[in-house]
Design a protein around this ligand. Sequence first.
Ligand code: SF4
Length: 231
Amino acid sequence: MLAEQKIETLIEFLRDTVAEYHPLALASSFSIEDMVLTDVILSHVPQIEIFTLDTGRLPGETYDLMQHVRERYGNVVRVYTPATASLENFVNEHGPNAFYHSVELRKRCCQIRKLEPLARALAGKAGWITGLRREQSVTRQGIEAREWDELHGIYKFNPLLDWSEQDVWAYIRRFEVPYNKLHDQGYPSIGCAPCTRAVSVGEDIRAGRWWWENPESKECGLHAARLVNKD
Ligand code: SF4
């Protein structure tokens, strides 16, 4: 059973944060962590906005979940899509699956499909929230609850940083929060369909993301920008 204290601490953190940083928004990828945050926000701190980045290459199961969330909670998640002209140029120049050819092309695809829409979504915000957890990967072990996001010039908050995967699932089960059905098929971390595969027992949580690359390069850029404490 998930400790009551952990949920209370999360609610308190979100309330305090939105009181100081407004407007504040959760960037949701419909991961299990983002579903916990979505449920907590809509139940206790609805003044926090929620948005998602629809890259156009998400798995069908993620779109099913997006629809499910709409049916359960209402039209509460604002969707941002890639800019048409940039995407057209990129696909025409490099092909639909350019991301497999080099890390550089993979990052350009992420730039067009995720980073530019993210910058638009964050324009005018005082801060943003993510569902990052420290135990997720080697690139996430140094994250803090509040970090200065140099790239976007606002604070970034990671309120689940100390939650374990077990804590997250305990919340999902207890409150019957909808989740991506790919998790039942061996996908612990889900992104775009062509860049995500299932993992085997014992493999790292993010081993199925960009599996053809080294662990050190496996961030899409959403969380790879230099983040520093700024007190
Ligand atoms: S995860 Fe893959 S398909 Fe999605 S934006 Fe990045 S490179 Fe493109």
